[in-house]
Design a binder for this molecule. Structure first.
Ligand SMILES: Nc1ncnc2c1ncn2[C@@H]1O[C@H](COP(=O)(O)OP(=O)(O)O)[C@@H](O)[C@H]1O
Ligand SMILES: [Mg+2]
Length: 444
């Protein structure tokens, strides 16, 4: 019944309805169609940093009614008028997404899991997981015919949020630290109390599996990928690190590399397996873990494509002194990821800003890297891509901040693989490095 009234609300809106009119005649109907009652919707919700978002919503929990307690918002809605163009190639769209992201990360919005932008002509849903915000739908154009269906599908998503953030660690260059990053992030997130699954999806190198001293799979992972009836996580192998306290340990789960997939030809794999396969196979794991990390090979072939398809976001290690690693990052962002985004059609996966891994950086070296990046950005701009947010996410016209996060070089990080233990469990310095990486990208 409510969705019918949403459709008539849309029909009755004047063609040039300004924000106030969209607010009055559309926004409440939309939130009701998403399952919220009037006491569960707070207009002009103060985000805690001096601004207010148009609407916040949260279901009643016991006798905690959102409009009265104003506590623990669940969803934010940023409204625009029809005079604001929200089609995804418009500048106003970028600005509005930016504004929503800002609200989602504001002090009073820590508990928020979803954000919506709409002007009643377009609508897009975003998911927030920790600090990470990524699209959960494409920017969709609304009309009388499709609005009920679109809003119903958004409602299904917000009522069944996946627990896990799935991260593919990727750069089509070898030796930049993909495997090291995957292992140590898995280990530090576990240490910080998160449930973590790490997947060794580089069957040719098998480095993740061997750096943890775990046995390789002898065909079981391949079989679980092929056979619909076999649960993918039935092939996992726990990595356990005993703690000094008796009977306690740290544990994260690992899907090991499969010997049988080593040297398998892309053609053969492609004939038998689809690109969405890993994504499908992780369906139940996404409800069980907080983080799923996927290590991928240094090329844009079968396993990388499946890993990127399965991911919500992609973490890209680079080296400041390796031009190829920077150019490859740009290439992946311009060409490879959009290919998958198009196929997946839910707005994901999105690349996270790059970081520098594992090299000492002097000021003159940094200046050289910045020159290379300026060049990469310039070339991309000519081709119609704005790569600035992926290299310098803090850069604004007002503050030309060229910050790039880094994991410094530290011999014990590479040495740890010999002892079959993640460096973060052995060395305080490594522990601190990866803790700040986890905080920089993921933890709120
Ligand atoms: N922060 C770091 N400090 C020192 N050595 C590192 C660091 N990160 C990675 N390494 C080392 O660099 C090499 C390449 O890293 P690896 O993770 O295997 O790269 P990839 O998976 O991208 O091929 C390994 O020997 C690894 O131990
Ligand atoms: Mg590797």
């Amino acid at each position: 019944m409510t969705t019918t009234s949403l459709r008539s609300a849309l029909q009755s809106l004047p063609e040039n309805a300004p924000e106030a009119v969209v607010d009055q005649h559309f926004s409440t109907q939309l939130l009701e169609a998403l399952g919220f009652q009037s006491q569960e919707i707070h207009p002009q919700y103060p985000t805690g940093d001096g601004k207010a978002v148009d609407k916040a919503a949260r279901k009643t929990i016991g006798d905690d009614i959102f409009i009265y307690t104003k506590s623990d918002p669940f969803l934010l809605l940023e409204l625009k008028g029809r005079d604001c163009n929200l089609s995804s190639d418009a500048a106003q769209y970028q600005k509005t997404v930016h504004q929503l992201k800002h609200y989602l990360l504001a002090p009073n919005c820590k508990t928020v899991q979803w954000g919506i932008i709409t002007n009643s002509c377009h609508i897009q849903l975003f998911r927030k997981h920790g600090k990470v915000i990524y699209p959960a739908t494409q920017c969709l154009s609304l009309d009388n015919e499709n609005i009920d269906e679109i809003v119903a599908s958004i409602r299904r998503k917000i009522e069944n949020p996946t627990k896990a953030l799935t991260i593919a660690v990727y750069n089509n260059k070898g030796g930049v630290g993909k495997t090291t990053t995957t292992v140590n992030l898995a280990a530090i997130l576990t240490f910080l109390g998160k449930r973590v699954l790490a997947i060794d999806f580089d069957p040719n190198q098998q480095d993740l599996t061997s750096s943890l001293g775990l046995p390789l799979s002898e065909g079981a992972v391949f079989e679980a990928l092929r056979e619909r009836s076999i649960e993918f996580i039935s092939t996992l192998c726990p990595y356990k690190f005993p703690l000094k306290k008796v009977d306690s340990e740290l544990r994260f789960d690992v899907i090991p590399a499969d010997e049988e997939l080593k040297d398998a030809s892309d053609d053969l794999l492609r004939k038998r397996l689809k690109r969405n396969l890993l994504h499908r196979k992780l369906e139940s794991a996404r409800q069980e873990y907080d983080y799923i990390l996927i290590d991928s090979p240094p090329n844009w072939r079968f396993f990388s494509q499946l890993a990127v398809y399965a991911a919500d976001v992609i973490l890209i290690p680079t080296k400041h002194n390796n031009l190829f690693s920077l150019e490859n990052a740009a290439m992946a962002i311009k060409k490879f990821f959009p290919e998958i985004q198009k196929e997946k059609a839910d707005g994901s996966p999105i690349p996270l800003p790059i970081f520098f891994n594992g090299e000492k950086i002097t000021q003159p070296q940094l200046a050289v890297a910045q020159k290379e990046i300026a060049n990469i950005l310039k070339i991309a701009k000519k081709e119609g891509f704005d790569l600035l947010p992926y290299f310098y996410p803090r850069y604004t016209n007002a503050r030309k901040d060229l910050h790039i996060p880094q994991v410094p070089s530290y011999a014990n990080i590479s040495g740890a693989a010999f002892s079959r233990t993640p460096a973060v469990y052995r060395y305080r310095t490594a522990h601190e490095y990866y803790k700040s990486l986890a905080k920089e990208y993921f933890l709120q």
